[in-house]
Design a protein around this ligand. Structure first.
Ligand code: GLU
Length: 310
């Protein structure tokens, strides 16, 4: 890294303060009733560099549901199980430009979902796994990739999702009706809901980011957890599609592979290696954590983390 630990710490503290200042401008997600209970003022951040530097700020220990960030783990699982061609013959890799739960283009422009970072694409990707991997297998993989053995299923969020997930059910049955879904729709959607309901904290997300930033190797144990070729795919799709229909602006302004979730989480995997995990359930109009996006803008600009800062 081209900056000192002191500079990293100082900049992270500034970024945290900038993010915290913006939290009041966001709103917690309400379409999943359980998410509406989150404290809109909560804000936490965790940074890790794999060489002993770690910093937790604010509500970094607070557990929350991973939501769409599980799409990164689902894609990693599919690449491991089915490989690149076996995955991308069933889901595309194009940004959709639509909201995360949109059905629009799925029915009019294409037979396959646009990418694995939106609901339709993640649901389709789960269908590639559902006959070979159980939810328990995916939970185990999530614990390994987040270096967090304490990740559990948040039952309340899972039931809330499942009871109100009509749009996601519509997606899974639309995929079935088009003949592209690769497993049973109920089995598929149940695993999808459960994966969205994993309870993580900012440190779990920072660890996931660090492993992605470190080419798939856990820097603490030296073990390879994800193949380097697969990490390149994860980073690329996080960069182009990870921030809903704000992905383009985030790519220009922040420029690091990232994935957000409507539970308020954000994982970032800048060069370094470095992992940043953020939590702020007050969201902007795109569904991204308001404070987390602002904090990352400051961090990236000040430390020149943008992928295209040559
Ligand atoms: N469980 C959420 C849904 O499917 C995930 C959405 C998200 O975090 O983007 O609606």
């Amino acid at each position: 890294m081209e900056f000192s630990r002191e500079k990293l710490k100082k900049t992270a503290e500034e970024a945290f303060a900038v993010g915290k200042d913006h939290v009041s401008l966001g709103h917690v997600a309400e379409y999943i009733p359980e998410l509406a209970k989150a404290d809109p003022n909560a804000f936490g951040m965790y940074l890790l560099d794999g060489e002993g530097f770690s910093l937790g700020l604010g509500d970094h220990e607070k557990r929350f549901s991973i939501q769409s960030i599980s799409k990164v783990i689902i894609l990693a699982a599919s690449l491991m199980l089915r490989g690149f061609d076996g995955t991308f013959s069933h889901v595309m890799m194009e940004p959709s430009g639509d909201s995360f739960n949109s059905i629009l283009k799925l029915d009019t422009r294409s037979n396959l979902p646009f990418n694995p970072m939106i609901n339709a694409g993640a649901i389709q990707t789960v269908s590639l796994l559902a006959d070979s991997m159980s939810f328990e297998d995916l939970l185990e993989l999530s614990r390994r990739l987040c270096l967090d053995p304490e990740i559990i299923l948040d039952e309340a969020v899972y039931h809330s999702e499942s009871e109100t997930g009509d749009r996601n059910r519509a997606i899974v049955y639309l995929l079935k009706s088009k003949g592209v879904l690769m497993s049973d729709p109920e089995k598929t959607i149940d695993i999808y809901f459960k994966m969205c309901s994993l309870s993580v904290n900012a440190k779990s997300l920072a660890s996931l980011g660090l492993i992605i930033s470190n080419n798939g190797i856990d820097p603490f144990s030296g073990k390879r957890l994800i193949a380097a070729d697969h990490v390149r795919v994860l980073r690329s799709l996080m960069f182009t599609c990870g921030m809903y229909d704000y992905s383009g602006k985030f790519g220009v302004r922040v420029g690091v592979p990232a994935k957000s979730g409507v539970g308020g989480g954000l994982v970032c995997a800048p060069r370094g290696p470095m992992g940043v995990g953020l939590y702020g359930p007050a969201l902007d109009a795109f569904g991204n954590s308001k404070g987390a996006v602002k904090a990352m803008e400051h961090l990236s600009r000040t430390l020149r983390l943008h992928a295209f800062d040559y």
